[in-house]
Design a protein around this ligand. Structure first.
Ligand code: ZN
Length: 478
């Protein structure tokens, strides 16, 4: 255990050889599928498809923004034609584009399509699912999420959306120069906390060092003990968990000498956490912004703390409350279109986050820039002991409420007193006593048994004038 707080970061271990000599950089190659052929590799699907996409990403990232946008609209036309033909929900909705010629889609025409809300997806149900998914997109798989909104939505994804996710993940590792032979420790939400499985590859399409997993519900002291034992090169976790780790490490001085980088995802990263990471562990944070419904949205530029939209996969618009596009420096709602999900096309989907538009990036990439993702204001809960709690939206809205209240439409948690949390629920039918009891128990596991949860059933949850609805909020003063 190292109790000393590092002030200056030593160079990464890979460059530290004996007698000052640099060790040769370890190389990593794609996984080969042919007998006797190891290098250069001849990969089989899906690795071959992941590499084929990545080859194109390597070129398209340097295109000028207009060229990227033009290609996005060519792909969007294919998506629109498919949605209009095979998805009942879009039959009327896309009527606004009647008369549009092939190759004629422009931003002006695109903006005539109404913005899709979470409530639209909830109401649309199966009408949003394609009646004729192309066979080569693979079988559609069900998924659902509440994000940070308390409003669960269900949708389908395909083999193709999975390929794009993997190829973008590979790009993310390449951008940030990650050493593919390194060991990654991931503290994340596992469907079964006890089944961490065997260490596995973490670089799509490649042979890589191991990734080891730990469930995020593990206590912070156990997480730290595990990290000491695992001794990883990279740590991957969500910002709220990282904050809790820092809180403990700031008190004890514990650090991890081999660790080179912390990567965050799944939640919005408060800028202060970057400073904390430098101060406490002497390390940078690299952040990615994604959503269950559409996969990877943006990740950090290799040279700057802002984010590049992954425009080959997703069309992102930042709009004001009237739906008008925001200019560089302005903040607005994030509206996304997954260009390749033909199972549940999500076209101009308001994902319920706020972001600030960035200008052109000095790195030379033409991919659009998001300066910061603001998300929603996340209020901390306070335990009766006075300790602060950073709730996980996944645990609260997906694992607890979403799982045990099948009629849930929307929910909000409000801390009214140190030991009491009001659970405001909008449901499509009355919730049974049994459902409530199970949801209540699950909330205790997701947050703390120290809280009493009082369920209140309402017709709707009022939106504040700012429009920034908070699914979890505290009424306690600090
Ligand atoms: Zn850049």
């Amino acid at each position: 255990m190292s109790k000393k707080k590092p002030t200056v970061r030593r160079p990464p271990r890979k460059n530290r050889g004996r007698a000052g000599k640099e060790k040769p950089r370890r190389v990593s190659i794609p996984r080969s599928a042919l007998s006797g052929i190891g290098w250069p590799a001849l990969p089989a699907p899906p690795a071959a498809a992941i590499l084929a996409l990545n080859y194109q990403f390597e070129q398209s990232q340097w295109w000028p923004p207009e060229a990227i946008e033009a290609m996005q609209f060519r792909q969007a036309e294919k998506l629109l034609a498919h949605a209009w033909r095979t998805v009942p929900f879009y039959r009327d909705r896309l009527g606004v584009l009647t008369g549009l010629k092939r190759g004629g889609l422009t931003m002006e025409a695109w903006r005539r399509i109404p913005i899709l809300t979470r409530a639209d997806i909830q109401d649309g149900g199966l009408d949003l699912v394609s009646r004729a998914l192309p066979k080569d997109h693979g079988r559609a798989q069900d998924a659902s999420t509440s994000g940070s909104t308390g409003q669960p939505v269900s949708f389908k994804r395909t083999r193709i959306t999975g390929l794009f996710f993997a190829a973008l993940n590979l790009r993310y590792h390449l951008w940030h120069g990650r050493d593919f032979s390194a060991k990654v420790a991931s503290i994340t939400r596992l469907s079964n906390p006890d089944s961490v499985g065997e260490p596995h590859n973490w670089v799509p399409g490649h042979v890589s060092g191991p990734m080891v997993l730990l469930d995020i519900r593990t206590s912070i002291s156990e997480q730290l003990a595990w990290l000491e034992q695992v001794d990883p090169d990279y740590l991957l976790t969500c910002p709220s968990n990282l904050r809790a780790l820092f809180q403990r490490c700031a008190q004890t001085g514990l650090s991890f000498p081999k660790l080179r980088e912390v990567a965050t995802r799944d939640e919005l990263l408060d800028p202060d956490l970057r400073a904390k990471c430098r101060q406490i562990w002497g390390l940078p944070i690299v952040d990615a912004y994604s959503a269950e419904e559409v996969g990877m949205i943006t990740f950090q530029c290799p040279e700057h703390p802002h984010y590049h939209v992954q425009a080959e996969s997703i069309l992102v618009e930042i709009v004001d409350d009237q739906g008008r596009p925001c200019r560089a420096g302005e903040s607005g709602r994030v509206v996304v279109t997954d260009l390749h999900n033909f199972a549940t096309p999500l076209i101009r989907y308001d994902i319920n986050d706020y972001a600030v538009v960035g200008g052109l990036c000095p790195c030379g990439r033409g991919l659009p820039v998001i300066k910061t993702v603001l998300g929603r204001v996340r209020n901390l809960l306070t335990l009766p002991s006075g300790e602060k709690l950073w709730p996980s939206y996944h645990f609260v809205f997906d694992d607890a409420l979403g799982k045990f209240l099948p009629s849930l439409r929307e929910a909000q948690l409000v801390q009214r007193a140190l030991d009491e949390i009001e659970v405001r629920v909008v449901a499509t039918r009355p919730v049974t006593a049994k459902e409530e009891a199970r949801a209540c128990k699950a909330l205790g596991e997701a947050l703390s048994d120290a809280f009493a949860f009082r369920f209140v059933y309402v017709d709707e949850l009022p939106r504040p004038r700012s429009g920034k609805f908070q699914a979890i909020l505290s009424e306690l003063s600090d």
